[in-house]
Write a protein that binds this ligand. Structure first.
Ligand code: SAH
Length: 261
């Protein structure tokens, strides 16, 4: 079996959100490159990759030089069909939770059909609830429950290692695959913006208090993993709820020359 078919590993993005220490950017680039990964994306890094980052990258500076820099997590995951967020803490919110080997299998499995992303949070505070709401799953590296937080670069290394192991096992057909034309992250985001507007317009949601509702709805639709056709149907329903469709268009015309009974 051919081990290095780069497209699969090249479709897995590591997205780092608001990283404070540039050394961690370098450490992550090194961890990724050593495991054959290449797609590093940064969301509002406090400082773009600098000399410290290059030093810690120890030869993986090409990944830093090519890293995409984004204004928001939504931008960084544009085009992705699967997004997995990582967390040092097990949240009270019920989120579908994976361990690193299953996370790696899913990323690889779905990378066959398009780009996928693993999201890593801030050194101090991890990912916000709004950012988690953009993820399909959460992954947690099992740790000492009293000391569960790994250094960002160390966590990236664990994830990258698991991906390489699963890749090298050549799981091929046993990798989980959602064999549908799934809507991408930005298509889902467009739907959620439309949904929020509609819920306010039809008097269901209070515009000033709808953040929690919106997160719950995101979780619901992320669980369902809608495909493109389903998203189009849902958006059509929203347009109708907004009064932008005329029910008269379904009224059957009487046949010409027909006589009333
Ligand atoms: N104090 C923060 C820790 C952040 S550590 C918090 O409580 O969330 C920085 C990032 O490294 C995390 O956002 C996560 O992406 C990753 N990370 C660290 N430890 C992890 C663990 N045990 N499991 C999964 N991800 C972890």
């Amino acid at each position: 079996m051919k081990m290095d078919s780069p497209p699969l590993l090249d479709r897995i993005r590591f997205v780092l959100v608001e990283t404070t220490h540039t050394g961690n950017l370098g450490a992550t680039a090194r961890a990724m490159k050593a495991m054959g990964l290449s797609q590093l994306h940064l969301v509002r890094p406090r400082t773009p990759p600098d000399a410290e980052a290059m030093a810690r990258a120890a030869g993986a500076d090409d990944l830093l030089a090519q890293a995409g820099i984004h204004a928001s997590l939504a931008d960084a995951i544009a085009g992705c069909r699967l997004v997995i967020g990582s967390s040092a803490r097990l949240r009270t919110v019920k989120w579908p939770l994976l361990e690193p080997p299953e996370c790696a299998r899913r990323l690889l499995g779905e990378a066959r059909d398009g780009p996928v992303a693993l999201v890593l949070g801030r050194e101090r505070s991890g990912l916000t609830n709004e950012e988690l709401a953009l993820c399909h799953f959460l992954v947690h590296i099992p740790t000492n429950p009293d000391f569960s937080s790994l250094n960002l670069g160390a966590a990236a290394q664990v994830f990258a290692y698991e991906i390489r192991q699963r890749y090298c096992e050549g799981l091929g057909e046993t990798l989980p695959r959602e064999d549908r034309d799934l809507a991408t992250a930005e298509a889902l985001e467009g739907f959620h913006v439309h949904l929020s507007q509609t819920l306010v317009e039809i008097g269901f949601a209070d515009p000033d208090q709808s953040a929690k509702l919106s997160r719950r709805l995101r979780r619901l639709f992320h669980r369902a993993r809608p495909d493109w056709t389903e998203i189009n149907i849902l958006r059509g329903i929203l347009s109708a709820a907004q009064g932008r469709k005329d029910p008269e268009r379904f009224r059957r015309q009487p046949r010409d020359g027909g006589t009333a009974a």
